[in-house]
Design a binder for this molecule. Sequence first.
Ligand code: IPM
Ligand code: MG
Length: 370
Amino acid sequence: MTANKKLLILPGDGIGPEVMAEVERVIGWLSDHERATFDVGNGLVGGAAYDAHGTPLTDETMAEAMNADAVLLGAVGGPKWDGLAFEVKPERGLLRLRKEMELFANLRPAVVFDALADASTLKLDVVQGLDIMIVRELTGGIYFGEPRGVEDIGGGERRGVNTQVYTTPEIHRVLRVAFELARKRSNRVCSVEKANVMESGLLWREEAQKIHDAEFADVELSHMYADNCAMQLVRDPRQFDVIVTDNLFGDMLSDEAAMLTGSLGMLPSASLGAADESGRRKALYEPVHGSAPDITGQGAANPLACILSFSLCLRYSFAMAADADMIDKAVENVLAGGMRTADIMQDGKARVSTSVMGEAVTTEMEKLLG
Ligand code: IPM
Ligand code: MG
């Protein structure tokens, strides 16, 4: 039993609160079994925060996030807020968290569970056993680059501008995360950009190679253009171990990789900042799926991506690998036992609700504990 861990839970919009309730069930289980106690705070983000406060993230919630050991986020956005001004759109809340917490490394594992291998739209023999990690740069590039905006250029015409920009320290720190992860996996990193078209991509490639040669020569490094990577991911995804890329390419390639696994509803993510002197990193954990407004409130959402995100939180923020392993194993067993939420439903399996799936996970954890 270790000291209290400060968690800030931001369920957000759409199915966010429904899937987060199942994470809270797992947190409750851990404290009931005296495996850990958490200091849990709750807050609003996205459209929910806008409705209550007129902003997708209040300064108070931002401050709480800076103070927390880890933030768990559900999802943001939905058609209800489509008409809002750009600066107060739900997504701005999430982007502000990423930027101010300096969460530059976004880890998006794409793993195909054996029980779900035939749920992919790709052929079984292409995706079976897939286990790749996409490391997406999260606080730079075109998402935040200046200049940006829409301006009048006279004669009733307008011009929209965004800027792709990377500095060498930004490239180095995310590459280091990728190389370090690779060392614990299959020791291969594929760095992805468009060095054939973009100067910032050429810089990325050169600096990736430099960091490799200077600090990680033991890791195998390859370089790939982003369009080719998109193609290779559906042609032969298992050729990859760790893919590291910029913010925008990472956004797109991680959605593509997610779909290889059969369901966005299965995929967790971790967003990490730099380690301080004590080794502690600011961190935010969220499922890769969005707010899914079409199924909100029906008890149909898959809570597993959010539960697996919490497992990443235990692993990366709290060094609770045994508990994280137990959660991952419980999820695997529940799937092997035949329970499915709608998004991963297959012939002959049992369709269950969000809460039944969440309960099945803690029941399985109980069994694993023996
Ligand atoms: C993601 C999402 C976000 C992004 C949106 C919601 C701002 O697509 O986390 O991948 O584009 O980064
Ligand atoms: Mg995305």
